[in-house]
Design a protein around this ligand. Sequence first.
Ligand code: ASP
Ligand code: MG
Length: 420
Amino acid sequence: MKVFKFGGASAASIERINHIPKILKPYSEEKLLVVISAMGKTTNALEKVLQSFYEGKKEEALLLFNAVKQSHLQTAKYLLVTHYNEAEDRLSNFFTEVEWLLHDKPSKSFDYYYDQIVCIGELLSTTILSAFLNQEGAANEWIDVRDIFRTDDNFRDANIDWAVTEKSVAEKLLPLFEKQNLVITQGFIASTDENESTTLGREGSDYSAAVFAAMLSAESQTIWKDVEGFMNADPKEFPEAVVIPELNYEEVIEMAYYGAQVIHPKTIKPLRNHGIPLYVKSFLDPSLPGTLIHEKYVRNLPPIFVLKKNQVLLHLQSRDFSFVGEKPVARLYEILSQLKIKPNLMQTGAVNLMICVDEREDKLEKLAGAIAELFDLNVEKGLTLLTIRHGDERNLNELTKGRRILLKQQTKETAQVLVV
Ligand code: ASP
Ligand code: MG
């Protein structure tokens, strides 16, 4: 058994979707679970639908949703010749599900509605792709992952109930492989025990695939991407970026932690615990070797650069120049965890504390309010956090040339600077 994951970029256009059957062809004799994200920027578009809906702008929400609907119908009509009917029923059920909800007045939490609306992206993409693959001779079974992945109701960042999910994998997913070698399902989404949809966090499909890989004891997981493999920097920011052929699990966890967008941070743990290798490969050119991520320690890595934009620095100062004691700091951690804010960098001094966090307006306001009860607060926005692993002073100087450094932290392997 192998697990493949195709991201939004692999299904972003007709031309790209046409690649997928070609990629799957060499594996037709093997059992293969394929996990797919929403097409292109669908998730972002659905977030806008939700925004309007939650602001009470029903007509606008319906209009925005209609655009998502039409673009999927258009894709379906274009791709599906003999198998259009197979997809149509299911598609219209999903459309109705959302439209019905959009006619309601929002009475529950934003995060709840987020998951009910945004989950549609994956359901639409997999419906179209499953029919398309059937049409192209890659006979497959489609399954709604919400019937398998059980989570708590921590909407937008739901936690998988491992035991229940494992049972469903055995009872509902495995039997499908008796019918076909290929099963198509969704990443990113799941459901509570009350059948409410949940999501696992943006870009969570990698993680979904890893959970499946672990539960199926897969021999490997492959993430098909629009880059040649795992690179030492984002090629959009660093044109000289190179592919790293081999990486240790730990290095990837570190990179994801520092903000590398290549793989969802939660992905590695289940794979590592089960010793399942992860391949990152180019769907545009599958003949390229890509990157192998596994247990083996890898020497002589190139310097790895991670750039995190839209950062905010919070300067906290104790009011009466007393030390920043344990109690206020403990309280601060409590506030951060309540608001689900992960500090990206933190530095404590005698009477002050600096915290760098992602710029998220909704959370920042609440955070600032809560902090102001404990400390004097100063906020600086529009910053960039640079992280260099396995680099040297020269890399650091080059990267920060002409920029003002607000905060710097360095360990043997990792240097981090927050710059304007
Ligand atoms: N479609 C979701 C997102 O864009 C999940 C994913 O792509 O992994 O975040
Ligand atoms: Mg994606």
